[in-house]
Design a protein around this ligand. Structure first.
Ligand code: GDP
Length: 440
C-alpha cells in the first residue's frame, strides 16, 4: 500500500519525541532530520521537502504551547497541517456547471487513463449525472474496445469513432451527440504515448481547442514517483491542466508523487484511484490523505476534539492511571461521560488507532449509557476501584440497586475488562513507559 514506509518512518520519528515533557531544540532538530529523510526516501521532491521542513521548524520553534497537547503531539499536528497544505488544503471539486460539461482525460500510455475515464463516468453517474464517454484514443489499438466494454459494464453510453480517425473530429462528434441526447457530462478519452512528444501535445491542443473542455484531467501513475511530477509539469505547460488524477495508489508505491505534484505544479489532485476495479476511485481529500500518511487514523481529529472538550487535569490523571494500569470503573464512568460530551461514542472510539477493528467487542451504545451509569453508581467505592471483588451476591445487590439485571451487570463488567485490556495494550504500544490514548 502506498505510503507504508513513509508512515513507518514518520511514526518512528514521532515515537522518539513521545514521553518527553519538554522538547529541546536538539530534539526538534533530530525529529526534523528524520522527517526530511523519510520524505526524501518516499520520493518526495527535494524542491518540496526543503521549504516544507523550513516551515515545520519555524512553527515548531515558535509554536504557542497548546495546554492540552504534549510537545510531541504538537509537532505531529504541525507536520499534519503542513502535509494537508502540501496536498492542496481542501477537496478540489470538478467544475461541471456547464451542460454538457466537457472533461478531457489526458496522460501517458499505461497510466490508467482509459480505466479512469470509466471509473469517473461511474462515479458521476452515481451522483445523478448523465455522462457520455467518447473514445478518441485512436493510437492504442485496444483502447476503443476497452472503453466500449467499460461503458457497457457501467451502463454509460460510449461514443465510438466509427469511420473517423481524427481525434478532433471524433471529439466534436461526441460533443454533438451529447448535446442531442442531453447528456450532461462528456468524458473524452484521448490518446496516450509512452513518452511525451510534440505530436501528442499538438494533437491534445487541437482537441482542446475544438471542444473547449471545462476540465483537463491528467491521469498519472503514482508508482512512477518523480517521473509523475515531471510528466505533470510538461502536460501543464502545454495544456493548462485543471486537475490531476493519481492512479495505482494501491500499489507498492512510496507515494512521494502524491505529495509533490500539487506543490510542484499548483494543479490540484482531484481524485485518487486505488485499484483496478471500477469502484476504486475516490475524491481526493487532502486532510484524509495526510492522516493516512501519518498513520494515525483520525487521531488528529481526536486531538482537536480533546483540545476543545476534555478537562486537561482529568486527562492527565487518566493518562497517569493508564500508565500504572490503575484504571477503574470510576474512571470508566468518568470517561464515558467525557466522551459523551464529545460526540457519538463509536465515532470517537473508531478514531483511536487500533480500536476501530475491536469496536464490535466493546459495544458502547450511547443509549445504554444511563444504565451503565446507574450500575456503576450502585457499586460501593471499593467495588468501583477493585471490580474483581464483585462476586455473585454483590452482582445481585448491584442489579437490584440500579434497576437492572445480573446479566446487565455481568455485561458491564465484561466490557470494562475488555476496555481495560485494550487500554493496557495501547499503553504498551505507546512505548516502554507507556501512554494513554492521548499520548498515542
Ligand atoms: P491507459 O493506457 O492510460 O489508458 O491505461 P489503462 O486504463 O489501460 O490502464 C493500464 C493498466 O493499469 C490496466 O491494467 C489497468 O487495469 C491498470 N490500472 C489502472 N488504474 C489502476 C489503479 O488505480 N490501480 C491498479 N492496481 N491498477 C490500475
Amino acid at each position: 500500500m502506498a505510503f507504508e514506509s513513509l508512515t513507518a518512518r514518520l511514526s518512528e520519528a514521532f515515537r522518539r519525541l513521545r514521553g518527553r515533557g519538554r522538547l529541546t531544540e536538539a530534539d526538534v532538530d533530530q525529529a526534523l532530520r528524520e522527517i526530511r529523510l523519510a520524505l526524501l526516501e518516499a520520493d518526495v521532491s527535494v524542491k518540496v521537502v526543503r521549504p516544507l521542513i523550513g516551515r515545520i521548524r519555524e512553527k515548531a520553534v515558535g509554536a504557542e504551547i497548546l495546554k492540552s497537547l504534549n510537545p510531541a503531539q504538537q509537532v505531529v499536528k504541525i507536520v499534519y497541517d503542513e502535509l494537508v497544505d502540501l496536498l492542496g488544503g481542501t477537496l478540489a471539486e470538478l467544475n461541471l456547471a456547464r451542460r454538457p460539461a466537457v472533461i478531457l482525460m489526458v496522460g501517458l500510455q499505461g497510466a490508467g487513463k482509459t480505466t479512469t475515464a470509466g471509473k469517473l463516468a461511474r462515479h458521476l453517474a452515481g451522483r445523478g449525472k448523465k455522462p457520455l464517454l467518447v473514445a478518441a484514443d485512436v493510437t492504442r489499438p485496444a483502447a476503443v474496445t476497452q472503453l466500449e466494454v467499460l461503458g457497457r459494464s457501467i451502463d454509460v453510453p460510449v461514443h465510438l469513432p466509427g469511420a473517423l480517425t481524427d481525434p478532433v473530429a471524433i471529439a466534436e462528434a461526441g460533443l454533438a451527440r451529447a448535446r442531442a441526447e442531453e447528456r450532461d457530462v462528456v468524458i473524452v478519452d484521448t490518446a496516450g504515448r509512452l513518452h511525451i512528444d510534440a505530436a501528442l501535445m499538438a494533437e491534445l491542443e487541437a482537441v482542446k481547442a475544438a471542444v473547449r473542455p471545462d476540465e483537463i484531467l491528467l491521469v498519472v501513475d503514482a508508482m512512477t514517483g518523480q517521473e509523475a511530477v515531471a510528466v505533470a509539469e510538461r502536460f501543464h505547460a502545454a495544456l493548462t491542466l485543471t486537475g490531476v488524477i493519481l492512479t495505482k495508489l494501491d500499489g507498492d508505491t512510496r507515494g512521494g508523487a502524491a505529495l509533490s505534484v500539487k506543490a510542484a505544479t499548483g494543479v490540484p489532485i482531484k481524485f485518487a484511484a486505488t485499484g483496478e476495479r471500477l469502484d476504486a476511485l475516490e475524491p481526493f481529500y487532502p486532510d484524509r490523505m495526510a492522516s493516512r500518511i501519518l498513520g494515525m487514523g483520525d487521531v488528529l481529529t481526536l486531538i482537536e476534539k480533546a483540545q476543545a472538550e476534555v478537562d486537561e487535569q482529568k486527562a492527565r490523571e487518566l493518562e497517569r492511571k493508564l500508565r500504572r494500569a490503575e484504571w477503574t470503573l470510576t474512571d470508566f464512568l468518568d470517561q464515558l461521560r467525557q466522551l459523551k460530551k464529545m460526540g457519538p461514542l463509536e465515532e470517537l472510539l473508531k478514531m483511536i488507532p487500533g480500536v476501530g477493528a475491536r469496536l464490535g467487542q466493546i459495544q458502547v451504545d450511547e443509549k445504554q449509557l444511563a444504565r451503565l451509569e446507574a450500575i456503576i453508581l450502585s457499586m460501593t467505592p471499593e467495588e468501583r476501584e477493585r471490580p474483581e471483588i464483585i462476586n455473585y451476591s454483590r452482582r445481585k445487590r448491584i442489579a437490584a440497586g440500579s434497576g437492572t439485571t445480573v446479566a446487565d451487570v455481568n455485561r458491564l463488567l465484561k466490557q470494562f475488562e475488555e476496555a481495560r485490556k485494550l487500554m493496557k495494550q495501547m499503553a504498551k504500544m505507546g512505548g516502554k513507559k507507556g501512554k494513554g490514548p492521548r499520548g498515542f
